[in-house]
Design a protein around this ligand. Structure first.
Ligand code: PEP
Length: 243
């Protein structure tokens, strides 16, 4: 399966950065030969990334339109040229109180608008240390996926919360175990479960990308910090092509 290398800029960036990253990606077209490259900038910058990469948003409303000040609907995201939307990122779960039920409603709305939902799940350090990582991830997965989820409209991102933005990465044995568990949980619940891309996210960078991306059932990466540096992001995409 072709890997998906997705950059999550979070609330970072500027007009200057968006234009610089677009230019850099255009100068390195081979980065996309063996991996699909996706950038999810703050939505306001989407139209500035005039490059042959895929575009996505970092969140969407569960509603289609109406009096929801500050929100952006899935169809608007699609209309602006995006094909993906990240949902249920741990920062949204933590700082905006998003529940898995809400994530499932957003994913359902996104999929109905023709977007591919990247549904994020992952345990905290406390939960891992208590031996509850699989229980937590299994529960989040079951509750966050909407009816009708399939390999065509859904990507799962496993992001251990303790590895996001901390420089700590899960070791490849733990990643292999969790991704295999996620794959088995998708069996029977999601159409085409074997073809659902399962991304790893959490301090992925050029130095560890090759090993992580070579891990069984790791079908790409969700990259925060390193996606803000076009050179690093391209190196990760090239590493994906080596697997
Ligand atoms: C993320 O925000 O999804 C992420 C994985 O961030 P970082 O790569 O910075 O850990």
């Amino acid at each position: 399966m072709k890997k998906l290398i997705a950059g999550n800029w979070k609330m970072n960036g500027s007009v200057e950065l968006a234009c610089a990253v677009a230019a850099k990606l255009q100068e390195n077209p081979s980065a996309g030969d063996n991996a699909d490259i996706l950038i999810c900038p703050p939505s306001i910058y989407v139209s500035l990334i005039d490059s042959n990469v895929l575009l996505g948003a970092q969140d969407c409303s569960e509603h289609e339109s109406g009096a929801y000040t500050g929100e952006i609907s899935p169809s608007m995201i699609k209309d602006a040229g995006c094909s993906y939307v990240i949902l249920g990122h741990s920062e949204r779960r933590q700082y905006h109180g998003e529940s898995s039920d809400l994530v499932a409603r957003k994913a359902s709305a996104a999929n109905k608008s023709g977007l591919i939902s990247i549904v994020c799940i992952g345990e905290t350090l406390e939960q891992r240390e208590a031996g509850r990582a699989q229980e937590v991830v299994g529960e989040q997965l079951a509750q966050s996926l909407p009816e009708g989820a399939s390999s065509q409209n859904t990507v799962v991102a496993y992001e251990p919360v303790w590895a996001i933005g901390t420089g700590k990465t899960a070791n490849s044995a733990d990643v292999a175990e969790m991704h295999s568990f996620i794959r088995s949980e998708l069996d029977g619940k999601v159409a085409g479960y074997n073809d659902v891309r399962i991304l790893y996210g959490g301090s992925m960078k050029p130095a560890n990308a090759r090993e992580l991306l070579a891990t069984p059932n790791v079908d790409g990466g969700l990259i925060g910090g390193a996606s803000l540096d076009a050179q690093q992001f391209i190196e990760i995409a090239l590493a994906a092509g080596d697997n």
